[in-house]
Design a protein. Sequence first.
Length: 459
Amino acid sequence: MTAQPPAPDDKSGFGFSTATFIVIASMVGTGILTTSGFTVVSVGSHQWAMLLWVIGGILAICGALAQSELACRVPLTGGDYLILNKAFGPLAGFLTGWIAAVLGFAGPIAASSKAAATYFLKTVQPTGQDAGFYPVAIIATVLAICLAWVHSQSHRQSSLTQNTVTLVKISFLVLFMAFGLAFGLRQTPLPKDFPEKVTTGLLSESLTSLIYISYAYTGWNVVGFIAGEVRQPQRNLPRSIIIGTLGVTTLYLGINLVYALAISAADLNHIKDSQGFDALTPIAEISARRLFGDIFGRGLSLIVALMLVSSVSAYILTGPRIIMAMSRQGHFIGWAGGVNSAGVPSRATWLQAVLSLLFIWSSSLEGIIVVSSLGLGLFSILGISAIFVFRARDKANDYRGFRCPGYPLVPLVYVLGTFLLTVVTIFNKPRDGAASLSLIIVGIITYYMMKFVTRRRPA
């Protein structure tokens, strides 16, 4: 087993600003720019959808508060993989690392890359024309490979790239929200489409829709995967996670209000019926066209494509750290744990990129989102549950770092809420649920196969 690399000094590694930008960039991306249309059509109401986004934000904040304590308890590069390894043992740790590498990073890299390609193609194609699978896949592939090269070089280059693209993304999103609200409120009254009756079917669809929303909020835990490379982790990790999550939640509610002012739920449903579910993907572009006209809509599509590059960058930066950690713990091929002269896991970075290409060329955007969300939901429940194990051991460990406020209610809200929506979604989307569960089974088989091979290997 290889030891963790030494903790960064005051001049190396990542600081508070980069850690916060990674949280924001990982959360803000494919979800808010693509899934809002899916949610509104599923529940038939902007007002009801907005309520679901509030619930999703509450769950994300609860998870972020608990994750802040867990990251401070295990401030090592590898995130949830090492946390669950310490809390529940090597099998739980391995499965968490397995699912995170495949569904937590490769899936979102593919989804964000394909969404960026879709928005980019909207700037050069006639209005209403489908982008097509192959053009989207080719552009997404080029994007993933280019960013893998950037992040396989050095911490300095990664920090500069990530900070720049995230600042650009947030700036444009804030401007879009501000101008969208200014124009929208002047042209259109606030939507009043709250369902007259709350039925069992609506509640079931709402829980399924929360999977899309939870995917949009996913990312508050990614900074834990680079915790061992963050300067002053006890101070910077909780600050970056909490501030990033609160800021993103506020931004999401504002942007969803812009969507509600731009296009009604009935109009979105008409688009779905006439062009198919995937036609709702560029919801930001659709809204911009309705509010500002075609020319601005095309310009926004290019801006959104550039913003999504920030999300791809964040995932490619953080994802390889879990592959490296698994390799160093003997749970993955040793080759992948190597670092270059700058201390960057370049081999794992390229391996992560290859995994993302498999998703890019094999799945639709909506399919990637649902399958990834289900797998991540199951293991985020296990991950946050680790806080109960660590608290039970506190007498022996005498932990004095950051503690989750509102314990045990705060982590319990996240665990129970995520469990409920995951179970309902598996019931409503059995094929996607089967795909997620199959990956878990493959992970279990892989764990015992590697354990068997390791035992037979001569000392």
